[in-house]
Design a protein around this ligand. Sequence first.
Ligand code: PEP
Ligand code: MG
Length: 599
Amino acid sequence: MSIQIFGLPVSRGVAIGRAVLVASGRVDVPHHFIDPARVEAEVTRLLTARDVVNDEFDLLKRDLPSDVPTELAALLDVHQMLLQDEALIGAASDWIIERHYNAEWALSAQLEVLARQFDEMEDAYLRERKADLEQVVERLLRCLGRDETAAATAASDMAQSDFGGDEPLVLVAADISPADMIHFKRSVFTGFVTDVGGKTSHTAIVARSMDIPAVVGARQASNLIRQDDCIIIDGDAGLIIVDPSPIVLEEYRFRQRQSELERSRLARLRHTPAVTLDGERIELLANIELPEDAEPALESGAAGVGLFRSEFLFMGRGDNLPDEEEQYNAYRRAVEGMKGLPVTIRTVDIGADKPLEGMTPSELRHESVLNPALGLRAIRWSLSEPSMFRRQLRALYRAAAHGPVKVLIPMLGSLQEIRQTLEQIHHVQRQLTESGKVWAPCELGAMIEVPAAAMTLPLFLRHFDFLSIGTNDLIQYTLAIDRADEAVAHLYDPWHPAVLQLLANTIAQARAAGKGVSVCGEMAGDPAFTELLLGMGLRSFSMHPTQVASVKQRVLRVDTRRMQAIVPDVLSADEPEQACQQLLSSMGASLAPKVASAA
Ligand code: PEP
Ligand code: MG
């Protein structure tokens, strides 16, 4: 029977495929198809891992000190029994044989199936055995990870990723952390669904940067969808259809083809200059997460990078944070990749929904910190870790010797933070000069993303060369709504008059001071806001490379003088809906921008 599940639309388009259920924090398990000729070898790999882990258990049991509680020995027996159970290894082998999953993927797929069965058990004791099963699988995965032949064959298997019929795979998880999204970027999945998350959570942002259909905040999705179900992800409507009827399937396949056509049509704008009808030249920049994203940024026709979220180099690495050399090489790669175009690199924005240790945002929210979005985040974190901050600054100024770099500081809120930041920068510049290292000066920018900054702009304009407005956080902090929390997602509204007034005022003051100002939050890449932002005087937008063409299309049709005249009416609205309607009626449009909105 077909069922529909609703969530938040975060990344446009339609994905149709087989569901792969992945436990939170397990996206980094290698997922790839194996060459059909290697099925037998892969099963042997799995069985060998089982035998190795079994020997480990034997050894553990043999070496148990005599004074340990007897329960521990009994627990090891339970683990060994689970390891030998055909429902685990036998069924995982079937995934390898029938669907050509690699051993790690087969194991985690089977773990998901069994975990559900445990969850449904009435007996509390048996239900708790799920944790034991997870530990056994963890051991097996570790053992498989030590297998060096696997890494060698994985690369050639990746090329086979469309094997197994022409069915694409879509990922379903309770939660995917932004750190996991980096693994996801390199995986075979063509779309994803999560139970939690908001429209501007970083998981959603990375999905948009990849331009793959995604729905977050779908509550019960990972309970309702079963491994291998056929599902449709409608990233425009925030809808998931499980086991669709043939007619619905055909309708969505048609829509998929239509949106591919639309994309190739838009791609033709790549070399067209972004100039409005009244001759205003508009700067369209790219947001990136990793140095290799420079390539799609360049291909999109972006005029540079307006936001490199450097924290993605730091996430999911435990204590092994990148040192100065590794960072320098990464920034340099991004700079060289942009071939002389400017690259704005933001210092780390760790914290909130981007924790360091690979914890999921929900774990962080509920267990370790009460209000991470209001806690030790971004520049606050950097200032509390001065040696780490200086390492990053040194790497940035050294990379600037290879091309135009601008340094951007996130989440500043007070003069004290500005002073401390400038002190660190001057210290690092002196250090670099004294040590004879090659470096170059950079323009320095401040992100305006907390109301305190937006309301004390003269301070910022005095100390910085340019401003970049982070609307994702500016909205979150102005409206007191956690951007990653699906429970309050309906209240997160860029059209709120308070947000629009802060935006318009920041743009106007920066322009009056003769300083550069851009928007790098999700509003910049949403064509529903292009005209309004142009009317407010914005001339620089930074967005995912995949959004550049759609925004450019809007830019080409705008007369900024006309839009400027409309802005006061929009700003005088009392409520979001009214602001939106005011813009529409003034523009003479009939479609609600909220509906047309891609994000
Ligand atoms: C923002 O807050 O708008 C922004 C661009 O930064 P991030 O989304 O990384 O917090
Ligand atoms: Mg931000």
